[in-house]
Design a protein around this ligand. Structure first.
Ligand code: DQQ
Length: 593
């Protein structure tokens, strides 16, 4: 059952009523002369220029993890960790709730889950949604009890005929899982979406640690109310510390389509992702899951520790996927944490944004995942500029003009020169982030650095550089992708860590692609068609609003060619304040069936 086309068009009309009015830069003054007097730039000007245009962000206050994303009866639901009282994380954290028909334009609803019972009185932490047989959604989440123990709770929609599932009820039989049998009550959280085994039992994972061994504790249940801890965790890894927000799901070995979380079989591999509390980075493994004995074995190609594969090598945490059966795809959500200082978060009145939802699938090499922004984001593309067959010689800097540079979507394909001249790769360079920090954008190379300067100022006093370098290793060529924030802001108090990842693509065809979503304080980049992704949060002092520029550059001695570049201005996504009445939606749903 899906929401009808008429209903969608009503929503779109409403969205477009607002679209263009919200896009002006409103005479904001920011220039070269400004930065020595930066302290005097009022926060009200700055806030507005840093707030995102098309990434999900509530009007104010702190947000962190995406919670319980799901698609239900034609509506996408996003819950998220939210502090209703301020721009910092707080013990009173709740589940805020928004709904959408396209995961880009959103309608806010009232808070869904908030501290109200002994089993969650000190906070409602992260969790997941599962849709049970009979089309019944259910949420599992972590509650913090009066003794500050982490316990797992269940919540149900109060009224299944409310198309938005606005109100949620927490039965008094909660908590349904407690930290007993040696589980550390301070390290027991973030239940996953459940999957059902061939024996008819439901299974979920809860993140934990024993000593420094990160663990995904496995529970089984017949009825979703009574849960029994398995004798062994589904998986654990020594030295990784607390595993927050585990996620476990099947991916197809044949094609890009997504699979229901309970699916298993011949053509399937599984992915286990964990968020490492100690480092604030995530890693995932691809492996085999044996339903019969609930054993998960990562493939040899997946390092099972903090050096492992990452969805994103930048600011991207507490992610969670769900199966979107409307479009048979698996969607990945994540929290992009801040690089601004806490003091500035408070004065801005907000902190944290959600990444653009990404479709995720297994690469044809079977070793790692591919990710791409959902196609729906392209509905926000407006003015387009093109640049084809443009040679970039050493030192070239090409201004991409004609679009709104601080709020844009850029896709570029580079043609590489002969790889013979590539610099030799030193096998001791195992950490791409360190390599990118040593070889920042201004450090000349042979093939590369070439890429984009985004959120750049005239004269390049400020820029965020997203670029590639090509190296010659013993038996293959390697591409390194960097997101260099070292010169992203003249402000001193912001985090300017440079990020990097290797791009595991075959360079024999001499092509390498980059897509970057730029959204005021977000630079979200996808290299090699989405095999390596890096997100940065940047707070320039002068390259904001009308003063922000976009350039393509090459600082390598070898000429590279832009075979194709397309860049679009992006209009604002919409947050409708008023919901269409439930009756209208209900009527539409009934007409559909
Ligand atoms: N955030 C939640 C926890 C989770 C952490 C609390 C990850 O449930 O472990 O806001 O960012």
């Amino acid at each position: 059952m899906a929401i009808s086309k008429q209903f969608l068009s009503v929503l779109w009309v409403l969205f477009f009523c607002y679209c263009f009015s919200l896009f002006g830069e409103n005479g904001v003054e920011a220039s070269h002369e400004h930065y020595p007097r930066l302290e005097s730039v009022t926060t009200s000007i700055i806030d507005k220029l840093y707030r995102t245009g098309y990434h999900f962000q509530p009007p104010q206050h702190w947000i962190n993890d995406p919670n319980g994303p799901m698609y239900y009866n034609g509506v996408y639901h996003l819950f998220y960790q939210y502090n209703p009282y301020g721009a910092v994380w707080g013990n009173n954290i709740v589940w805020a709730h928004s709904v959408s028909t396209d995961m880009i334009n959103w309608m806010p609803l009232k808070l869904a889950i908030f501290p109200s019972k002994p089993f969650d009185i000190n906070g409602c932490w992260s969790g997941s949604a599962t849709i049970l047989p009979g089309n019944k959604p259910v949420i599992l989440y972590t509650g913090i009890d009066p003794d500050n123990r982490q316990v797992q709770n269940i919540a149900f929609p109060k009224n299944l005929s409310d198309p938005y599932l606005t109100e949620w009820e927490k039965p008094d039989y909660n908590p349904i899982m407690e930290p007993i049998d040696g589980i550390n009550a301070g390290s027991f959280r973030d239940p996953t979406t459940a999957w059902k085994g061939p024996d008819g039992l439901w299974r979920i994972l809860v993140g934990s640690e024993t000593g420094k061994r990160g663990e995904a504790i496995l529970y089984r249940s017949k009825d979703f109310e009574h849960w029994v801890k398995a004798n062994h965790p589904l998986h654990s890894s020594e030295g990784t510390g607390m595993w927050e927000c585990p996620d476990f799901y099947p991916v197809s070995k044949r094609g890009t389509h997504g699979l229901d979380t309970s699916f298993n079989g011949e053509d399937v591999k599984h992915v286990l992702k964990v968020s490492l509390y100690d480092t604030k980075y995530e890693y995932y493994t691809v492996g085999r899951y044996m339903h019969e004995n609930d054993v998960y074995v990562p493939d040899k190609t997946s390092a099972d520790n903090s050096t492992g594969l990452r969805y994103d090598y930048g600011k991207f945490y507490a992610s969670k996927t769900f199966f979107d059966d409307a479009k048979t795809r698996r969607i990945l959500w994540a929290w992009m944490n801040e690089s601004d200082s806490e003091r500035d978060d408070i004065s801005k009145g907000w902190a944290g944004v959600q990444a653009i939802p990404r479709t995720v699938w297994l690469d044809t090499n079977g070793k790692q995942l591919m990710q791409w922004p959902i196609a729906e984001v392209e509905t926000l593309r407006r003015k387009q500029v093109d640049l084809d067959n443009k040679k970039l010689k050493k030192g070239d800097l090409v201004h991409i003009e004609g679009i709104i540079a601080p709020q844009a979507d850029v896709e570029v394909e580079f043609d590489l020169p002969s790889l013979e001249k590539a610099e030799i790769f030193d096998p001791s360079w195992v950490n791409p982030q360190i390599l990118c920090s040593q070889k920042e954008a201004h450090v000349e190379g042979s093939i590369g650095p070439f890429g984009l300067f985004v959120l750049a100022s005239d004269g390049l006093d400020e820029y965020t550089a997203v670029f590639f370098r090509i190296f010659k290793a013993k038996d293959k060529h390697m591409a390194l992708m960097c997101s260099d924030q070292s010169r992203s802001s003249l402000r001193t108090e912001v985090d300017k860590t440079t990020y990097g990842g290797f791009v595991d693509v075959d360079l024999k065809d001499g092509k390498l692609s980059l897509r970057t979503l730029i959204d005021r304080s977000i630079v979200e980049s996808f290299g090699g068609g989405g095999i390596t992704c890096i997100t940065a949060r940047v707070y320039p002092a002068i390259a904001v609003g009308t003063q922000a520029r976009l350039y393509a550059f090459n600082y390598g001695s070898e000429t590279v060619k832009i075979s194709k570049l397309k860049a679009w201005s992006m209009i604002n996504a919409q947050t409708l304040k008023e919901l269409p009445s439930s009756d209208t939606v209900q009527m539409e749903l009934e007409n559909e069936t």
